[in-house]
Design a protein around this ligand. Structure first.
Ligand SMILES: NC(=O)C1=CN([C@@H]2O[C@H](COP(=O)(O)OP(=O)(O)OC[C@H]3O[C@@H](n4cnc5c(N)ncnc54)[C@H](O)[C@@H]3O)[C@@H](O)[C@H]2O)[C@H](O)CC1
Length: 171
């Protein structure tokens, strides 16, 4: 998770330079991928970006809570967990790029709330998206068959590209 999060932060920093894209909205799901996102947020902060974390359903594992504490200790803003979409809308309006760490290889469709609405809002924002491992909303084997997944510009495959990412056309 530490290496995965560092790789994601380094990739985002390589493609989206901090002078043009300083405000990174790190969207974290409840599983290990959310943990990758929290690690990435920490590194992005150290690289000189202004990360903000949106995690509506914080993971229950101790590692997840420890990673969130590290972000808080670094004064990285974390949006209060809620099913209300207003804070996400506001955060999107104040961001330059999104790190999508919502769902990884354990995602099973269909998308449940509050992530269903969130994926739509993220897509509608038109902001560039860097996805971790598999774009959120994509089935790890069948890809974006349901058509509700994100359409990222950059995908960071961890360990190996996933079968479902065959249709991915970005970087
Ligand atoms: N060796 C590696 O490749 C490593 C990968 N890492 C990252 O971890 C994820 C996989 O983590 P996992 O905890 O197994 O699951 P997810 O993060 O994908 O999420 C599970 C989480 O999501 C909830 N959920 C599932 N389906 C839905 C749905 N339809 N709607 C709403 N919520 C859903 C589920 O309940 C769980 O809470 C991998 O992709 C990498 O990013 C690690 O960094 C370690 C090394």
């Amino acid at each position: 998770m530490e290496l995965a999060g560092l790789a994601c932060a380094q990739t985002l920093a390589t493609v989206y330079k901090k002078d043009k894209f300083p405000r990174v909205l790190v969207c974290c799901g409840p599983g290990n991928q959310g943990g990758d996102g929290l690690v990435a947020a920490r590194h992005l902060g150290m690289f000189g970006y202004d990360p903000m974390v949106w995690m509506p359903k914080p993971g229950s594992k101790e590692i997840y809570q420890r990673l969130a504490t590290q972000c808080k200790n670094m004064k990285i803003p974390i949006i209060q967990p809620t099913n209300d979409m207003s804070p996400l809308r506001d955060a999107l309006a104040r961001s330059d790029v999104i790190l999508d760490a919502i769902f990884g290889f354990s995602f099973k469709p269909p998308v449940r709330e509050p992530f269903d609405q969130a994926l739509s809002l993220i897509t509608e924002s038109g902001l560039p998206i860097v996805s971790v491992d598999i774009p959120s909303g994509w089935d790890v084997e069948k890809g974006n068959a349901a058509g509700v997944g994100l359409d990222p510009d950059v995908l960071v495959s961890l360990t190996a590209p996933k079968e479902g990412a065959r249709e991915f056309k970005g970087l």
